[in-house]
Design a protein around this ligand. Sequence first.
Ligand SMILES: [Zn+2]
Length: 203
Amino acid sequence: MKREATVFRFSLSTMKTLAAAGIPPLIFPLKARSKYSYQESPRCFGAKRSGGRLHAGVDLYGNAGSPIFALASGTIKAVSFFNVTGKNEHAKSVSQIVIDHGTFTARYCEVANDFPAGIKAEGKVNAGQHIGYIGNLAGIINWPHNMLHLEIYGGFLTGGLTAVNNPPYKRRADLLGPTPFIDRASVLGGYFDEVVTTATATA
Ligand SMILES: [Zn+2]
């Protein structure tokens, strides 16, 4: 599959303005904030899930195929299927991207299996860089919306992020609530001065 890749660039003047204001350039990872708030159940962090598990991230609704942007600069640690231990259809229908953002680690999930060119493990990303597309969950899981499921970790532990023996979230113990991060993230349009549509991404 081929898709359009989009590149957003900060201007120098914008970077200076942000720095002067003491604002870290944390970018909202989708084009727009959904009317379905990530602060409310069932999308919020800690919302109840089946089997007593609690929701380990926030769900940011968006259209399948919409671009996903890096929250901040960093290094990609993994690009793989999301449900790595699953054997159901969900396991190979959507992917995850794990990025070490320096002061925290983010896990971007329910992502389409095709990526913009150059998005691969150990690659570097800039804040706001186009890193993937929202996956299509129709017929895969029983949920009425496509989304970016976003998890945040302190990054001081190593190893797999899914930890089935660590309830209630069943995630690695340095899991953090993403809400404060997303609350202060800015939608791209507010910060980016130049939008460049490039050649199509590779499959
Ligand atoms: Zn979720």
